[in-house]
Design a protein around this ligand. Structure first.
Ligand SMILES: Cc1cc2nc3c(=O)[nH]c(=O)nc-3n(C[C@H](O)[C@H](O)[C@H](O)COP(=O)(O)OP(=O)(O)OC[C@H]3O[C@@H](n4cnc5c(N)ncnc54)[C@H](O)[C@@H]3O)c2cc1C
Length: 439
């Protein structure tokens, strides 16, 4: 029996897939050869495929599941242009010049996404309402205001602090100790964006082969032999774009590239959608229609649906991975602590997906044993995956524009880490306790 917070006809799948007909791809027979094989059909894989196909390359994209099955059709649709590590921390680690370049590139990824959506005429409710970040504890407000000052000065970011006395202008909640607004951060409908990319890639001649896992990649002559669910394809180059689904143990497939499995940490992120709310409620809760997050260590993110009738609320609710039937009511509890007036709102959809964290909290792209890869967006890949997918394609083409501020970064792993994050429950518990103690 479902938890009483679930609506009668709730779905344990992404809200975004409502009213979205499945793409009519069938399961085409993959050709025997291609210039480039791409593993993974999310934003990274499709952005790469589109850039390559427009330059006249023959591209085949494989996905073990339906096209876009991974995060790219199930995320929160919040598009930021920042990085996980703060600017000061990044400067201390890599020097100010490199940190500045990385931050500028993160901003460039958001501008690229905006241009791509416009140029390709992808109807996906793209808008740029800006972001409100709530301060979870009193000290966080001062830190946020200081960080904003640095980012304004060093990176030219348009942002301002919002003291607690004024926060009702941004959010209908008393839970935060003030916060801050970053202008220009965007929102989109993630599944429509994915569908648009898929259609443009198909129009450009890309062959997309769903339900066909790639199980092995070996060097063969000057290229690679790509073994997949229905045979072998000879490819001049290969791009691995499997992000949070790289981990074979979690998903029952052979590791395409064991070295990557040791470097990305798959972490479940969970979301719910409420049933449509009464007229006027959303205007009180999120008056400026911004995307929202807060300064907690165990990240929360939320926003309204494109029609402003539902709240879409996401985060991490359990120490170990759980199922959407269990995570839904837990997320609801956190949501109604922020918005008590949603205490009785019922859940229409509950779902999850695997994001890819990295040990240095930075995205990575590069070449390993001749194979190109881009992944590790640490839960913020809508803009960055599109951008680095494009960049990795430029690298395959040998174009100098493929250079990025993330080139040549060491891609760290840890001893005893083989792709199963045994330390995750402990880490989440540690950060959750810090969040609780902070209040
Ligand atoms: C619940 C949730 C909320 C999120 N919210 C946000 C947000 O608001 N903003 C934001 O910026 N980011 C968000 N993210 C993260 C963002 O969605 C991802 O960073 C981004 O979609 C990554 O795209 P990708 O193409 O690299 O990977 P994915 O879209 O995950 O695609 C990887 C694909 O690889 C396929 N694959 C794996 N192994 C194989 C194999 N051996 N053979 C063939 N195919 C294979 C998988 O089936 C999968 O379809 C969220 C993620 C989740 C789960």
């Amino acid at each position: 029996m479902a938890h009483p917070l679930f609506a009668a006809h709730h779905k344990l799948e992404p809200f975004w897939l409502d009213d979205m007909p499945a793409p009519t791809l069938g399961t085409p027979d993959p050709p025997g050869s291609a210039d480039v094989a791409v593993v993974g059909s999310g934003y990274t894989g499709l952005a790469a495929a589109l850039t390559l196909a427009r330059e006249g390359r023959g591209v085949v994209v494989f996905d073990a599941e339906a096209a876009g099955y991974g995060c790219s059709s199930r995320n929160g649709g919040q598009c930021g242009g920042g990085l996980k590590p703060g600017f000061d921390r990044l400067s201390a680690r890599y020097g100010k010049v490199r940190a500045l370049a990385m931050y500028r590139e993160a901003r460039a990824s958001l501008e690229y996404l905006a241009e791509l959506v416009e140029r390709e005429a992808i109807a996906c409710h793209f808008s740029r309402p800006g972001r409100f970040i709530g301060a979870h504890r009193p000290g966080h407000y001062e830190t946020l205001a200081r960080d904003f000052e640095t980012l304004r000065r060093e990176v030219g970011l348009e942002c301002h602090a919002v003291p607690r006395a004024e926060q009702h202008g941004e959010i209908g909640s008393d839970i935060y100790y003030g916060g801050g607004v970053i202008a220009g951060h965007a929102a989109l409908h993630p599944a429509l964006y994915h569908r648009g990319l898929l259609e443009r890639a198909l129009d450009a001649g890309v062959v997309v082969v769903p339900h066909t896992p790639v199980t092995r990649i070996e060097r063969a002559g000057a290229g690679f032999a790509v073994t997949h669910g229905r045979g072998t394809l000879a490819a001049g180059n290969v791009i691995v774009a499997t992000n949070g689904y790289t981990n074979a143990h979690a998903h029952g497939r052979g590791p395409v590239l064991p070295a990557l499995r040791r470097r990305v940490i798959p972490i479940g992120s969970y979301m719910i959608a409420t049933e449509p709310l009464a007229p006027g409620v959303m205007e009180r809760l999120i008056p400026n229609d911004r995307v929202l997050s807060d300064t907690r260590q165990v990240v929360l993110y939320y926003r309204s649906s494109p029609d402003r009738r539902r709240l879409l609320f996401g985060g991490r609710v359990a120490l170990a991975e759980t199922d959407p039937g269990t995570s839904g009511p837990k997320l609801h509890g956190i949501m109604s602590a922020i918005f008590p007036e949603l205490g009785a709102a019922r859940i229409s959809h509950s779902w999850m997906g695997f994001v890819a964290y990295t040990f240095d909290h930075l995205p990575h792209l590069g070449v390993h044993d001749g194979l190109h890869f881009a992944m590790g967006y640490c839960g913020t890949g809508v803009a960055m995956a599109s951008w680095l997918g494009h960049k990795v394609a430029l690298k395959v083409l040998g174009a100098p524009e493929g250079a990025t501020a993330f080139d040549d970064l060491a891609f760290p792993t840890r001893p005893f880490y083989r792709g199963t994050p045994w330390f995750l429950a402990g880490a989440v518990l540690y950060y959750r306790l810090r969040d609780q103690l902070a209040r």
